[in-house]
Design a protein around this ligand. Sequence first.
Ligand code: F6P
Length: 289
Amino acid sequence: MKILVLCSGGDAPGMNRFLYTLSKKFAGEIYYAKAGFKGLVNGDIFAVDMEKLEEAKDESGTIILSSRYPEFKEEKFFKKGVKNAKKFDFVVILGGNGSQNGARELFESGVKTIFVPATIDNDVEDSFYSIGFDTAVSQCVYVVENTMPSINSFLQTCLFEIMGNKSDMITKAVANIVHPDYCILNEKDLDHLKIGKCIKKNLKEDKGTMILVKEKIKNIFEIKKALAEKGFAVKSQIVGRLQRGGKPTKKELQMADKFATMASKLIKSNCGGKKVLVDINQNVFVTDF
Ligand code: F6P
């Protein structure tokens, strides 16, 4: 059997572990498309290197590389992708919603695809978990908790910008753990009067102020400037890529193993055109595209 794996979109901690676990179950049968759909289209396809995977299995990133490749929607590139994909019995695709569309379209063109949610944003339709989320949350918590003692010592305010694209899942999960003084999840929350009141209240109690800001609402430096103009001492911390680069948590590795085990069951029972998702109780289940 020949099985192709590719990672698409933002890399997510746990991708390496998924590939390792799947490769262990199909020794000598796993190949990868370098840098996702781009590699599939260009025929950059190689056998996995178990030695490298052994080293990377508990590390973030993806040793088979990833990319954002919107060109895949164009017919000429898509057709090349289908042609290369058909050389394999199965194509396993790790990524977010955009990658899921690519997987579905490949399936509709006759390729046996399996889609596995892997994005720190945790915004894959119908899935309560995607590979990378737990690590991203834990990295943010680490940054916030290790920044605030200094902020508090100077009675300052710190704005923490948290990645997540259009999804507020990471910011909300972090908020549940660190209990910020204020959280900006949407434009409505960007109320300078309210934020000012919150900072003043903390100052009276000799406390600094922790503000979480979901990315892509407003440039964090503009928010900072507006608050500084009101006389507040404001610092900013973009958590950013630390969220993706952090060492995968124990839960992450367990979830990646669960996804890989389910993907291998599908392959062994010759079932393509499937999505491996997670329910509210964190159990994996399978649906059709
Ligand atoms: O989708 C994952 C993600 O990390 C988002 O949270 C973020 O908005 C985006 O990717 C950043 O993309 P890039 O790494 O291409 O700048």
